[in-house]
Design a protein around this ligand. Structure first.
Ligand SMILES: Cc1cc2nc3c(=O)[nH]c(=O)nc-3n(C[C@H](O)[C@H](O)[C@H](O)COP(=O)(O)OP(=O)(O)OC[C@H]3O[C@@H](n4cnc5c(N)ncnc54)[C@H](O)[C@@H]3O)c2cc1C
Length: 453
């Protein structure tokens, strides 16, 4: 399809991005909008210490919550990070906080796991939401945490009916509070006619991910912990009394090691590498909207998503009336090009056509960690290396909770147990093929969503 190129000196509007009418990047910043709020202090000048109780690989929410728990219990912890601190998904995500309970319909989860296990997992999902709320309060982290509620919009009438039945099941089996909003009342939730009503989970929440991450970092530093950026763990070698962790900047001896690399997991621990497939996820941020427009589109200022297989999600950014819109990344275009984010602008304008002249200021992506059975896993490898990963795209609360729990396991605390402990952790049957197949599966999901089969 021929496209008209826009003036490179003018900002890139949502409409121009959606139509592919962009020359160069048109001032679009290919970095997370959230990073504007935090400074980029490096620890590269700090030496790698020789010994610690626990070495943690990965400085996202999992790694930092593990470190904080260990430090609060009198252990020394060193976090190793390949990029800048928080390089991974933890400072790139949408900041939507859910329980993970919507990953499967309740009936599907019961069919897969049995009723008792399904109930345990669903109740624990709710506890994960409460855990992040109390962690933020206890540690006094200023990150705009808010129990704003989640509205999940039905793309088709039958999706609304299916969600209503699922919400009833959730209430019955795990006492999860929710309500349904029919299409006739939908304008109180969203300024669009595109959906067929939706479900409302009032306890779901939102935060500013980079501020939450920065708050955790500060608490770790204050408690005497170390987070070493630009220091990848290159090899982990079991020795009699623990592990030698070899980095680009020296060797660290640790009694225990925790792997907290989620969607950035590679072959460092091959047993884990075979169990995670990284899937790209992208976001765009609009410039600030007028108060009137913002309140018409998002009158309750919640977090939002839809019911498609290849779903999109959106919310307002705290204190600025920008819209942050996310979904899968466009795999066929270079990740730092407007073309990689074109479909996000198209989806956004389908829902909110009034945003067509609004400039898009930021576009970025990150990697989520998928497991074969689509549930996160926590445990220990056959060599005794601890891990917590595989949040399948719902990781703000789950990574914080699993990070805390894996540290409690290292500490051998009685409250370290989770209902995920005894789940088998299957490898992908043909891992290299599974990694390559991700874009094909995404396209297939989009086709099925469009054709409704
Ligand atoms: C674009 C996007 C949007 C998302 N939106 C949401 C959302 O709205 N709500 C939600 O609940 N979840 C969301 N998620 C998922 C959520 O962000 C993640 O599940 C969560 O942040 C995972 O945290 P983590 O600490 O386990 O991993 P990460 O934050 O990804 O951290 C892993 C770190 O490990 C490091 N690493 C890897 N290998 C090594 C090595 N060898 N040595 C040293 N360091 C290493 C990486 O550099 C990386 O920084 C989103 C994810 C993405 C990418």
């Amino acid at each position: 399809m021929p496209t008209t190129e826009s003036d490179p000196s003018s900002p890139l509007t949502a409409n121009a991005l959606a139509l592919g009418q962009s020359r160069g990047s048109c001032g679009l910043l290919f970095r997370p909008y959230w990073w504007d709020a935090v400074s980029e202090a490096s620890t590269f000048d700090q030496p790698v210490q020789r010994r610690c109780d626990v070495a943690i690989v990965g400085s996202g929410f999992t790694g930092l919550c593990a470190a904080l728990t260990l430090l609060r219990n009198g252990r020394s912890a060193v976090v190793l990070e390949r990029g800048r601190a928080g390089f991974g998904a933890s400072t790139r995500n949408g900041g939507q906080i859910g329980s993970g309970n919507q990953k499967f319909r309740v009936k599907t989860l019961i069919a897969l796991r049995g009723r008792a296990k399904a109930e345990e997992m669903l109740r624990e999902g709710t506890r994960m939401l409460d855990h992040i709320a109390s962690l933020i309060t206890q540690e006094d982290i200023r990150c705009h945490f808010r129990r704003c509620g989640r509205f999940r919009a039905a793309v088709r009438p039958e999706h609304y009916e299916a969600m209503a039945r699922d919400m009833e099941d959730l209430a019955r089996i795990a006492d999860v509070e929710s309500s349904m909003v029919p299409r006739s009342e939908q304008s109180s939730e969203l300024g669009t006619e595109k959906f067929f009503g939706g479900s409302l989970l009032p306890n779901d929440a939102s935060l500013h991910p980079a501020l939450y991450h920065a708050g955790l970092l500060e608490r770790i530093k204050a408690a005497g912990g170390k987070v070493l950026d630009h220091t990848p763990a290159q090899h982990i070698v079991p020795v009699g009394y623990g592990f030698r962790v070899i980095t680009n900047r020296g060797v660290l001896f640790a009694r225990d090691v925790i792997i907290a690399t989620n969607g950035y997991t590679d072959g460092l621990v091959p047993e884990l590498g075979r169990r995670i497939v990284p899937v790209g996820s992208g976001l765009i941020a609009t410039s600030e909207l007028s108060e009137q427009l913002y309140e018409r589109l998002l009158p309750r200022n919640r977090v939002y998503g839809n019911t498609n297989r290849a779903f999109y999600y959106f919310r307002g950014a705290p204190e600025t009336r920008r819209i942050i819109w996310g979904g899968r990344v466009g795999r066929l275009a270079p990740s730092k090009s407007p073309a990689a984010f074109r479909h996000l602008a198209r989806d956004m304008l389908h829902v909110f056509p009034d945003l067509k002249d609004v400039p898009i200021t930021h576009a970025w992506d990150g990697q989520i960690g998928y497991t074969y059975d689509e549930v996160p896993h926590i445990g220990c490898t056959k060599d005794g290396i601890h891990y917590a990963l595989g949040y399948c795209g719902t990781g703000v609360s789950r990574a914080s909770y699993f990070g805390t729990k894996i540290a409690l396991k290292v500490l051998d605390k009685p409250d370290s147990g989770t209902s995920f402990d005894d789940l088998a952790f299957p490898a992908f049957p043909a891992h290299p093929v599974a990694k390559l197949a991700v874009p094909v599966v995404e396209t297939w999901y989009r086709i099925r969503d469009a054709a409704n089969f």
